[in-house]
Design a protein around this ligand. Structure first.
Ligand SMILES: Nc1ncnc2c1ncn2[C@@H]1O[C@H](COP(=O)(O)OP(=O)(O)OP(=O)(O)O)[C@@H](O)[C@H]1O
Ligand SMILES: [Mg+2]
Length: 322
């Protein structure tokens, strides 16, 4: 049984219309997305800004409610849990956000910040919490913990703040973590440190990781499988090296053509995408990529392509399929 089995997951955001507007408009942030994640995997969600990566991540840890679909966590559908059942589920999962400036409350000391999930979950006495927080700080290499525990976020560097966010996620000992672009605000020089820390902690605590990124080079370093999203839809899913070496979807090909390839002999032709990313508000039927796709046929604007396995473990949603 996979750790997570996501079936037809959909999230629509209703837009507040004008006073006299008859039609209710919806942002189709995530639409009819299905995939499975095995325990111990590092699963990448990649794609351009606005394609629904963060929304998908928030749904998986149930920070937001889905509109439709199912999320089976160890066989139990957690998609619509409420109240104490939701709180119980959330003992197993955590999310780390992109921007440690935003995600850490400036008025909270490091102690308060990291202890917050423990307090929410009623774990430990104040003394026990202090010890758990100190251990979490050691785990993310902020040593000695006494030097950090009573400080405030603004007194720390960006890299240190991101480590605090990681410590906060780890303190309740979760099984599953969604890390939402956790390095994108950091200088390149400290990114590698945070990436390696996350990979190391994943092994050490047998974590399952969903890693959200718009950067395929980062996904290649961090993830054993990657899913590519485009305007709320999953267009391709495969093992990372397979996806990079043998992309099927015209959109994936275009994305990859923009990533610098380490081997200069392996020249890739740069594919320029025509037009713009379409709006996710009330999208027309058919493939979301069709208006920009040089291979688009009539069927592409009439029917939604279904994510289909084209080779072992390699899934593509395209009528062209290669
Ligand atoms: N609370 C909300 N209300 C209305 N629309 C929303 C809300 N949250 C997200 N959206 C919209 O849903 C779509 C997907 O957003 P999301 O933040 O998931 O994208 P993303 O892939 O994480 O983008 P980025 O790379 O910029 O972080 C976008 O069009 C966004 O504007
Ligand atoms: Mg995002």
């Amino acid at each position: 049984m996979p750790l997570l089995d996501v079936q037809n997951l959909t999230k629509l955001f209703a837009l507040k219309g004008g006073l006299f507007q008859k039609q209710q408009n919806f942002v189709h942030a995530v639409e009819d997305v299905s995939f499975q994640i095995e325990k111990g995997e590092s699963f990448g969600l990649a794609g351009e800004s606005g394609c629904g990566k963060t929304t998908c991540g928030k749904l998986l840890v149930r920070l937001i409610d889905p509109t439709e679909g199912h999320i089976y966590f160890k066989g139990e559908d957690i998609a619509y849990l409420k109240g104490s059942a939701l709180k119980e589920f959330r003992k197993n999962v955590q999310m780390i956000f992109q921007d440690p400036y935003e995600s850490l409350n400036p008025r909270f000391s490091i102690m308060d910040t990291i202890a917050e999930p423990l307090i929410i979950q009623d774990i430990g006495t104040p003394e026990e919490r202090e010890e758990l927080v100190a251990n979490a700080l050691k785990t993310v290499d902020l040593n000695p913990p006494e030097d950090f525990i009573f400080r405030f976020p603004h007194e720390l560097s960006g890299g240190q703040r991101q480590r605090i966010a990681v410590a906060r996620a780890l303190v309740i000992n979760p099984e599953f973590i969604v890390a939402d672009e956790p390095m994108s605000m950091l200088d390149v020089s400290i990114r590698a440190g945070v990436m390696n820390l996350l990979l190391e902690l994943k092994e050490r605590f047998n974590l399952t990781l969903v890693f959200v990124t718009h950067d395929l080079a980062v996904a290649r370093y961090m993830c054993n499988r990657v899913a590519i999203m485009y305007v709320g839809k999953m267009v391709e899913l495969a093992e990372t090296e397979e996806l990079i070496g043998n992309p099927y979807h015209p959109y994936t090909k275009a994305l990859l053509s923009a990533v610098p390839v380490p081997d200069p002999k392996e020249k890739r032709e740069r594919i320029e995408l025509r037009g713009r990313v379409p709006t996710p508000i009330n999208p027309p039927p058919g493939c979301r990529f069709a208006p920009r796709c040089e291979y688009a046929k009539e069927i592409c604007t009439q029917q939604d392509p279904v994510l289909t396995e084209v080779e072992n473990g390699h899934w593509v949603a395209c009528f062209q399929r290669g």
